[in-house]
Design a protein around this ligand. Structure first.
Ligand SMILES: Nc1ncnc2c1ncn2[C@@H]1O[C@H](COP(=O)(O)OP(=O)(O)OP(=O)(O)O)[C@@H](O)[C@H]1O
Ligand SMILES: [Mg+2]
Length: 325
C-alpha cells in the first residue's frame, strides 16, 4: 500500500445544479500525487480548479453530482460516510480555501481557533497539549508563539494567511491543498508565504496541491504542473519544463501572460491570451481552446484532442502536439 500514490484522482466529473441548468465544471480529470510530491494547478478563472480541489475533500454544495474516484491513501473519499469524511478533512487532507483571509472568527483569539480542530478530532489529549502544539505551529509558520492571544484584526493579511496554514496543519495531514493562498497579498508577502509553503512541504514531508492563475508562481513551489481549460487538464509535466517549453498553445499563452510575479494588471487581464475562457456549460466543439488559438486548423474545430504523451513525463491535449516532429 505504501507504494501507492497518496492521492489518485480518476476520471473525476463534477456537475453543479444551477437555476439555468447543469454546469459540468470538471469534465474528466485524472492524476496521481505521490507522497511528498507537489502538484501545481493552473488555468484561468472558471476552468474548474477550486471545484476539483473541493471535490477531493467532498466540500461541494448538496445536490452537486460527483462521478469518478478519489482515493486518498487508498480510501475512496467519494464513498465515505459523513463521520469518516469529517475526520479525514483535518487529519488526512486539509485545505486552505481561496479567499479565506476573512474566514477567521473575528471574536475568537487565533490560538483557540488553531486548537479547535485538534480538540474536535482528539489529536491532542488535552487543552494544555493543544496549546503547546499551537505555539509550535505558530513558530513553524513564522509567527511568534505569543501571537496565539491575538485576534484576527490585530494581524496583517500575510500573518492571517500564516494562521490559516497553521490551522490546516493542526492535525498533521498528509495532504495540503492551497487554493490561491497568495492572491490577496502584496508581492513581498506573497513570496514569503510561498517560501513558507515550500519549506513546510520539505520539513513535514507533506504532499501539496497548489492552485493559482499564475503559472510563474508554481514553478518555484511545485515539482509537477497541470494546466486546466474548460474543466479538463490540457497539459501536464515537470513544472520548469512545462513553463519554459510549453507544448499546448494554451499553456504558452498562460506562461506569456505572467512574465512577472504578482503584477495585478496582468492578473486581471492575461495579455498572452485573447478572448475569454469558455462557459463550461457550452464548450466549443472540437478542441475547446480552438476559438482563441492562433494555431488552430480546420480539424481543431471538430476533433476533441485527448491527453497524449508529448515528451518525457509530459502529456498534452492538442492535435498539433500529437504529431511526430
Ligand atoms: N457553487 C457553485 N454553483 C454553481 N456553479 C459554480 C459553483 N462554484 C463554481 N461554479 C462554476 O463552476 C465553474 C468552475 O468554477 P471554479 O470555482 O472551480 O473555477 P476556478 O478555476 O477555481 O476559478 P477562479 O480562478 O476564478 O478561482 C465556473 O463556471 C463557476 O461559475
Ligand atoms: Mg478558484
Amino acid at each position: 500500500m505504501s507504494d501507492a500514490p497518496l492521492l489518485r484522482v480518476d476520471d473525476l466529473r463534477v456537475t453543479y445544479r444551477t437555476r439555468s441548468g447543469d454546469l459540468p465544471a470538471v469534465q474528466g480529470v485524472s492524476f496521481d500525487l505521490e507522497r511528498g510530491a507537489s502538484l501545481g494547478l493552473a488555468g484561468e478563472s472558471g476552468c474548474g480548479k477550486s471545484t476539483m480541489a473541493n471535490a477531493i475533500l467532498r466540500l461541494l454544495p448538496t445536490g452537486t453530482t460527483v462521478d469518478g474516484a478519489v482515493l486518498l491513501d487508498g480510501q475512496d473519499v467519494l464513498a465515505m460516510n459523513p463521520g469518516r469524511l469529517r475526520s479525514v478533512r483535518w487529519t488526512e487532507g486539509a485545505i486552505v480555501f481561496q479567499g479565506a483571509l476573512h474566514a477567521l472568527n473575528p471574536v475568537q483569539r487565533i490560538g483557540a481557533q488553531i486548537a479547535e480542530p485538534m480538540l474536535l478530532h482528539r489529536t491532542q489529549p488535552s487543552k494544555r497539549a493543544a496549546s503547546t502544539r499551537v505555539a509550535e505551529l505558530l513558530e513553524q509558520v513564522g509567527l511568534p508563539a505569543d501571537r496565539a492571544g491575538a485576534y484576527p484584526h490585530q494581524l496583517s493579511g500575510g500573518q492571517r494567511q500564516r494562521v490559516l496554514i497553521a490551522m490546516a496543519l493542526a492535525c498533521d495531514p498528509s495532504l495540503l491543498i492551497a487554493d490561491e493562498p497568495t492572491t490577496a497579498l502584496d508581492v513581498m508577502v506573497q513570496a514569503q508565504v510561498l517560501a513558507l509553503l515550500a519549506r513546510l512541504r520539505v520539513e513535514r514531508g507533506l504532499s501539496m496541491i497548489f492552485i493559482t492563475h499564475d503559472l510563474s508562481v508554481l514553478t518555484d513551489v511545485c515539482d509537477d504542473l497541470a494546466v486546466m481549460y474548460g474543466g479538463r487538464i490540457v497539459e501536464e509535466g515537470r513544472s520548469d519544463e512545462l513553463f519554459h517549453t510549453p507544448r499546448h498553445p494554451y499553456t504558452a499563452g498562460l506562461a506569456a501572460a505572467f512574465p512577472t510575479i504578482g503584477d495585478p494588471a496582468s492578473r486581471m487581464n492575461p495579455s498572452g491570451l485573447g478572448g475569454d475562457p469558455p462557459d463550461p456549460a457550452h464548450l466549443p466543439s472540437g478542441c475547446p481552446f480552438h476559438p482563441r488559438c492562433a494555431r488552430a486548423e480546420d480539424r481543431c474545430r471538430t476533433e476533441r484532442p485527448l491527453l497524449m504523451p508529448a515528451g518525457e513525463l509530459r502529456r498534452a491535449a492538442c492535435v498539433l502536439v500529437e504529431e511526430p516532429s
